[in-house]
Design a protein around this ligand. Structure first.
Ligand code: CP3
Length: 355
């Protein structure tokens, strides 16, 4: 891939500039789950591996899959191809992915079950992830931001306790009320493990990381403070102790008005907005204080046409005059047509559609 936008020897990364609080005329753009099943080149590689985790732990293939959406669409960021559930896997809770059924883990359904976990993550298990980062780094054009990530402790805990995805996270919510000490121990273990994991990702070569708190939205205010805000703030502090100035994006999906206390207490460089947030609230209460990222409804991208154009224009009108990264409000859906992604990029960048 060729290098672009070089000024002398100084290569700017537009997305990192936004994380430093700058506003750009054309917002940098990437999409959560930009690598995945909607891409035929991803499916071709995925068909060659049995379990999804085998792909995550194969540095050559994982690096290839990370770079596929960059080659095809020219996004401003590449996100490491891996999964948030490699962390429980590296804590000794085996994770498998059944085809079409999502993740399966042996559920931690009572506090004593927590004893089955290791006290620290095993970096040997995660070594292929760090090797993937080194490989991607060496191939990525200098103006493209390389993002690492982890799941936030609360979201990872919901899968560890239920043993699978659930629509409403009832098993973890019940566990947290019934066994709050045991749950606090699990969150602490995940907080330390996630910070260690992100530090290693920075050391291997990522430019910034995102903390995915996909299920933050099911928590009432007090629980949101205990299980989302506090652990995320601790992760940010621990990472910056080792990597001063580390750039971090927080994504507490579904937080709604709780985004205000989130940005007050979690010193992330930018915050991800989901598609449900009220735009005036997000602009006036959040973006005035912190760069924002988001927030196209993944279903508008799936639908395409005028609905897609209207949604993109609305988002640019709401957030385009402040520090802003264009993204979805959650991940790309597997059925999304590639032409709709091309249309999105052209519209965000103000370019004519090719072909
Ligand atoms: O964004 C990217 O392109 C990078 C890769 C990435 C994946 N998962 C790949 C993946 C990232 C950042 C994730 C994060 C992740 N994983 C989250 C947080 C963000 C979100 O989407 O809410 C969560 C909750 C998970 C857990 C997970 N992984 C589930 C529930 C599933 C099954 C549902 C599904 O979409 O299939 C996965 C599997 C998964 N993770 C796939 C991919 C490409 C599909 C697996 C396959 O190809 O067979």
């Amino acid at each position: 891939m060729k290098e672009r936008k070089t000024v002398g020897s100084l290569v700017r990364k537009p997305l990192v500039d936004v994380l430093m609080g700058q506003r750009s005329l054309i917002p940098p753009v990437w999409l959560m789950r930009q690598a995945g099943r909607y891409l035929p080149e991803y499916r071709a590689i995925r068909d060659r591996t049995k379990d999804f985790l085998d792909l995550c732990f194969n540095p050559k293939l994982a690096a290839e899959v990370t770079l596929q959406p960059i080659r095809r669409f020219g996004f401003d960021a590449a996100i490491l191809f891996s999964d948030i559930l490699v962390v429980p896997h590296a804590l000794g809770q085996r994770v498998t992915f059944e085809a079409g059924e999502g993740p399966r883990l042996e559920p931690l359904d009572e506090p004593l079950a927590l004893r089955r976990l290791q006290r620290k993550i095993d970096h040997e298990v995660l070594a292929p992830v760090y090797e993937t980062i080194v490989r991607v780094r060496s191939e990525l054009p200098a103006d493209i931001t390389f993002l690492g990530f982890c799941g936030a402790p609360w979201t990872v805990a919901t899968y560890m306790i239920a043993g699978c995805g659930t629509p409403d996270q009832v098993p973890a919510r019940q566990f947290a009320y019934r066994h709050s000490d045991g749950f606090a121990d699990l969150i602490k273990l995940l907080t330390d493990a996630s910070a260690d994991y992100l530090i290693r990702q920075f050391q291997a070569g990522v430019d910034a990381v995102q903390i995915f708190d996909t299920w933050a939205g099911v928590l009432p205010v007090d629980e949101f403070d205990k299980w989302c805000i506090k652990p995320c703030a601790q992760i940010v502090a621990a990472v910056r102790e080792h990597i001063p100035g580390a750039k971090i994006i927080g994504f507490p999906r579904g937080a709604g008005t709780k985004l205000a206390p989130y940005i007050a207490d979690v010193p992330v460089d930018a915050v991800g907005l989901d598609w449900m947030i009220e735009p005036a609230f997000a602009r006036d209460q959040i973006q005035k204080r912190r760069p924002v990222q988001g927030n196209l409804d993944p279903l508008a991208l799936l639908a395409g046409g005028e609905a897609l154009d209207r949604s993109i224009d609305g988002i640019l009108a709401a957030f385009g005059s402040g520090p802003f990264i264009f993204n979805l409000g959650h991940g790309v859906l597997p059925e999304t047509p590639i032409a709709h992604v091309e249309r999105l990029i052209a519209r965000v960048r103000g370019l004519p559609l090719k072909g």
